[in-house]
Ligand binder design. Structure first.
Ligand code: GLU
Length: 293
């Protein structure tokens, strides 16, 4: 009798991608355990990435501390930690590609100018569109005359780079992605408006770096909090524009404090290092983070 041949199951690759801007708390532990468990239960790989693009907020001692906390919790990761600050060339290459597709534009607006523009449009509420993180960028720089843009760039005027979502969607057409909890989701990148892909002060952004890295690191399943669900609409659009592989997603529920608010770095009492110093075992802390046994 011949032995049946089955295709080798695809290797599951997950990741935990904190920004080292503070100490990890129980919410981070929950997120890390979601990713680690999803990989390890099927013999997959679990990666650790440091999303440290913001030099003003990220600190090497926080990165060192989070590695200590994860190891203490019993989480191991495969390969070296990918530090985003060391991979700016990858994000610049992605921006070059988007520039060639004519779907990004320089935005010279300061934060204050955007607020003033939104306040003015407030008198005409039909022009102000609310997004999940507040009012959307009103599009001031989207259609500046080319000559003016060239003059401003030549004069070295500080600027961000924004995605022209409508132009991008004209290229890609409708898109879908899959979430393990929500099922098939029709992408609605317009919900976030023309997001910044390269900041004035940092030549990339969370959205661009995370999407490029998940592809470059071969991530097959993105596990992260449901607070980032809306961001995935945009990431799906970037994947289509840049020809990147599309991972599966699992946006997990967020842990909340006694008041029902999601845990944040301000909830110092749930910092893993504080719990450890208070004498809790790793097993107890894993249970507090929703992973008993
Ligand atoms: N760096 C993000 C954070 O700390 C997580 C990004 C992600 O998992 O996609 O919130």
């Amino acid at each position: 009798m011949s032995t049946p041949r089955f295709p080798a199951p695809a290797l599951t690759v997950t990741r935990f991608a904190p920004s080292p801007t503070g100490y990890l708390h129980l919410g981070h532990a929950h997120s890390a355990l979601c990713g680690w468990t999803a990989a390890r239960h099927v013999g997959g790989r679990f990666l650790l990435r440091s999303e440290d693009i913001d030099p003003a907020r990220c600190r090497p001692d926080f990165e060192a501390a989070l590695q200590v906390d994860l190891a203490w919790l019993g989480l191991d990761w495969d390969g070296p930690v990918r530090r985003q600050s060391e991979h700016m060339a990858d994000y610049a290459a992605a921006l070059d590609r988007l520039r060639a597709l004519e779907v990004i534009y320089p935005c010279f607006c300061s934060r204050r100018e955007i607020q003033e523009e939104i306040a003015r449009a407030g008198n005409a509420p039909h022009l102000t569109v609310a997004g999940p993180d507040g009012p959307l960028y009103p599009g001031t720089c989207r259609h500046l005359p080319a000559g003016l843009v060239q003059d401003r760039l030549a004069a070295g005027q500080p600027h961000a780079l924004r995605l022209d979502v409508a132009a991008a969607l004209r290229l890609t057409g409708p898109l879908v992605w899959h979430d393990r909890a929500a099922g098939t989701v029709v992408a609605q990148p317009g919900l976030l408006g023309d997001v910044v892909l390269a900041r004035r002060d940092v030549p990339t952004s969370y959205h661009l770096s995370v999407t490029v890295d998940d592809h470059l690191q071969g991530v097959t399943l993105v596990t992260r909090g449901v607070d980032l669900f809306h961001a995935t609409h945009l990431h799906r659009l970037l994947q289509a524009l840049l020809g990147l592989t599309v991972p599966d997603y699992h946006h997990h529920a967020l842990l909340t404090n006694a008041d029902g608010r999601r845990l944040s770095k301000r909830d110092g009492a749930t910092a893993l290092r504080v719990l450890r110093q208070a004498g809790h075992s790793a097993a107890e802390v894993r249970a507090m983070a929703g992973f008993p046994g």
